[in-house]
Design a protein around this ligand. Structure first.
Ligand code: ZN
Length: 262
């Protein structure tokens, strides 16, 4: 009897899994992007409306240019790997919000926000590409959806998840907002170390394909780490770093260089 229920549980788990692009890791996926992306778009619109958007046209243009470059690289990568359908429903947008917060994020569906406070740490387009590649990688790897799925599993258990969601759209939305950390202006909750490492690795490939030197990621993370200490940038609280991060990035650069198109 026990063996049968384990078997059923396993088959439910397997049929509710997705594969992360680039790394090939299997992840839990109890909700579909067609459910998540519209919720993210609504949330994004209200954040952008509140803004205020930056009036610095030079910086805004830099964010948008790098964003479009990374977007093109992602579309190309997914097409080359027969995974274009994973971009269905994406409606890319890149905005620079005028707030002295050192952070940036990308919501499911390609909705990106940079805050003016992170621009001095980025320094130039190369640095913006490091952050852009990393943030877009979180979205392409569906890290928000995975966290939401794990939240649903913890709250309801597998068998009742679909029933609970079908019956209660408000609850689904509430769990979505919690998983994304979107109740707040800052955008995202703290990512796990696994998600951080994965976004670093995937982000390097996207930036390389978009024509930005992946070695810039080492420089960026050295600048970011130097700002740690007593009042670390918000970016470090949502994207926690660890001792071996820069070494891990250095180790991933040779693979990314294979995609580099200067
Ligand atoms: Zn991150």
């Amino acid at each position: 009897m026990k063996r049968i229920s384990v078997f059923i549980l396993l088959s439910i788990m397997l049929s509710n899994c997705a594969t992360v692009p680039v790394t090939g890791r299997r992840q839990l996926s109890l909700v579909s992007n067609s459910e998540i992306i519209p919720m993210a778009a609504t949330q994004y619109d209200s954040i952008v409306k509140t803004g205020p958007l930056s009036k610095n046209t030079t910086q805004t243009a830099m964010v948008r240019k790098v964003g479009k470059d990374i977007q093109a690289a992602v579309i190309e990568y997914m097409a080359q790997n027969g995974a274009s359908e994973q971009l269905e429903g994406f409606n890319w947008e890149f905005n620079l919000i005028d707030q002295d917060i050192a952070n940036a994020w990308c919501m499911p569906g390609g909705k990106v926000a940079f805050y003016t406070g992170i621009m001095p740490i980025c320094v130039d387009e190369q640095g913006i590409a490091v952050v852009m590649g990393h943030e877009v990688a979180h979205a392409i790897a569906n890290h928000g959806r995975e966290r939401m799925s794990n939240g649903l599993l913890a709250q309801f258990g597998l068998s009742t998840v679909s029933a609970a969601m079908g019956e209660n759209a408000n609850l689904t939305k509430q769990i979505f907002l919690q998983s994304m950390g979107m109740g707040t202006q800052l955008g995202m909750l703290k990512f796990s170390r696994q998600h951080e490492s994965e976004a670093d690795k995937i982000g390097l490939i996207f930036m390389a394909m978009a024509g930005y030197d992946p070695n810039e990621a080492v420089e960026f993370w050295q600048r970011m780490s130097a700002l740690g200490g007593q009042a670390p940038p918000e970016f470090l609280s949502t994207h926690p770093s660890h001792d071996t991060r820069i070494d891990d990035i250095k180790a991933a650069i040779p693979e990314a260089m294979k995609f580099y198109k200067p």
